[in-house]
Design a protein around this ligand. Structure first.
Ligand SMILES: NC(=O)C1=CN([C@@H]2O[C@H](COP(=O)(O)OP(=O)(O)OC[C@H]3O[C@@H](n4cnc5c(N)ncnc54)[C@H](O)[C@@H]3O)[C@@H](O)[C@H]2O)C=CC1
Ligand SMILES: O=C(O)/C=C/C=C(\O)C(=O)O
Length: 478
């Protein structure tokens, strides 16, 4: 792609001051192109355009809005190959994953919310023969949607689709490391007939840039962010000046709890995925693996074997399982976690290095670390890379206590053939999303989000609409 531009009020534009930054392909380290670097002036223009468009879009009949959103979904499907290629160039993720997860889910996000909004109801309460209360639901206004680099189009559309379905307009601020599919989505929105100003994209950085200008803007009503926990804290402060409503999906340090009676073939196959898919750059990855002692050794030997056989390399090669990490800086960050884990007594069973056969790009071998203490940094902090720790446990009580012992609370996985135990453990885990004998199986009607420092609020189904709509109670005296 040549220059990646902003999309403001239906036009692809550069920044007023002409500033740009470079976009790097993490699989090669080569420059892919330049990106317009937005700041306050671009955010001001985009917010003004979104505010102007709000009246007409918010009042449009739901069926008409829904038809436009379904058209966007169709066009995402039609542009599948190009979108998948752009996502792989930007992120370094395997093309096979972009084709099977990221882009199909982006289309489905639009289709799902376009349909869901048509069945959305409200409440009514009768006070005997005295009065009737009914509730009006309406869009809130202009939303700021801030997304991360790991699943760029999937996570951007997870916000844009319900936001627009509810009748709001928005300014999206994609992650600076992965700008391309957001601008392609703008082209698609235009082709689908979305009115100018309803969806705007401003590229740029977070602090002192487009991100902070958006979160501080007095005419933005809502901020939805997916990103790091520390970013959530900064955005909350910035948004407090004008008391914006916020929804945050933040980091995770998710426990994967494996009891001895689980189906080990299934466990190993899925745990390889939940540890290393998308290079471990998924907030839902089960990076802390707890294994009941009787199967600990066998589990480890099978996992090590599988991890060694994963193909790390060129994301465009269909045989590749693990692509490149997002950036050189992130690769150093992940390597730093591994080094400190070893200093704290951890033992690397497999991986821990850059693959020797890859001389450029930001690759890391899938890594399994054992013999770590529960207080080690690697057990407590989100790494966001292809790195897991594995620890044995002896009792249900002990593993629940360890699983809950971080300040995160995003997701958890439980493996057992004893369903009574599975339900009992699930009820005690401090996590917003819990899987039993599976991982990353998503039903978009369900609440999605984190407890503790993993987030504020829930997205999905009616929960997205709770965030993206205002309610007014009307009390009528009978
Ligand atoms: N809970 C969840 O669903 C998910 C959480 N994440 C988390 O995101 C992180 C990886 O993504 P990154 O892009 O590095 O996260 P990040 O927090 O650095 O950036 C996310 C977005 O926020 C923007 N941003 C950063 N600082 C900002 C500020 N002060 N004001 C306004 N905007 C700001 C960035 O430009 C980017 O668009 C991981 O830590 C991961 O846990 C990622 C995906 C999903
Ligand atoms: O399925 C979803 O809606 C979200 C999935 C993944 C994340 O949020 C994440 O990695 O970051």
């Amino acid at each position: 792609m040549e220059l990646v531009r902003h999309f403001i009020d239906g036009k692809f534009v550069e920044s007023e001051n002409g500033r740009r930054f470079v976009n790097v392909n993490p699989a090669t380290g080569e420059v892919l192109g330049e990106v317009a670097e937005g700041g306050k002036p671009e955010i001001d223009r985009a917010v003004a355009a979104a505010r102007r468009a709000f009246g007409e879009w918010g009042r449009m009949p739901v069926a008409k809005r829904s038809a436009i959103l379904n058209r966007i979904a169709d066009l995402i499907d039609e542009n599948m190959e190009e979108l998948a290629r752009l996502e792989t160039l930007d992120t370094g993720k395997p093309l096979t994953l972009a084709r099977t997860l990221d882009i199909p889910r982006a289309a489905y996000n639009f289709r799902f919310f376009a349909d869901f909004v048509k069945g959305l109801g409200t409440e009514a309460f009768q006070m005997d023969d005295v009065a009737l209360n009914y509730v009006l639901r309406r869009p809130v206004g202009v939303a700021g949607l801030i997304s991360p680099w790991n699943l760029p189009l999937l996570l951007l559309t997870w916000k844009v689709a319900p936001c627009l379905a509810a009748g709001n307009t928005c300014v999206a601020k994609p992650a600076e490391l992965t700008p391309m599919t957001a601008t392609k989505l703008a082209e698609i929105c235009q082709e689908a007939g979305l009115p100018d100003g309803v969806f705007n994209v401003v590229h740029g950085f977070g602090p002192d840039s487009a991100g902070s200008a958006l979160t501080e803007h007095p005419d933005v009503n809502l901020i939805s962010l997916t990103g790091e926990t520390s970013t959530g804290k900064a955005v909350m402060k910035a948004a407090s000046g004008t008391l914006k409503r916020v929804a945050f999906e933040l980091g995770g340090k998710n426990p994967n709890i494996i009891f001895a009676d689980a189906d080990l073939d299934d466990v190993v196959e899925t745990t390889v995925r939940s540890s290393f898919s998308n290079q471990g750059e998924v907030c839902l990855c089960g990076s802390r693996v707890y294994v009941e002692r009787p199967i600990y050794d066998e589990f480890l030997s099978r996992m090590v074997e599988k991890a060694k056989n994963l193909v790390v390399g060129d994301p465009f090669d269909e045989r590749t399982n693990v692509g490149a990490l997002i950036s050189e800086e992130h690769l150093h960050r992940v390597e730093g976690f591994i080094e400190r884990a070893v200093k704290e007594g951890g033992r690397i069973l497999v991986g821990g290095r850059r693959p020797e056969h890859l001389t450029r790009g930001y690759y890391l071998e899938p890594t399994i670390i054992v013999d770590v203490d529960r207080r080690c940094e690697i057990v407590q902090q989100e790494v966001f890379g292809p790195v897991i720790t594995v620890q044995p446990f002896d009792t249900e009580e002990e593993v629940i206590e360890q699983a809950n012992d971080t300040h995160y609370g995003l997701s958890a996985t439980i493996w057992t053939s004893n369903l009574k135990r599975a339900h009992r453990v699930a009820a005690r885990l401090e996590a917003g999303v819990i899987w039993i004998n599976t991982w990353f199986l998503r039903d978009l009607r369900t609440p999605f989000g984190g407890m503790k420092q993993s987030g504020i609020g829930r997205e999905g189904g009616v929960h997205s609409f709770e965030f993206f709509t205002e309610l007014s109670n009307v009390c009528v005296k009978l």
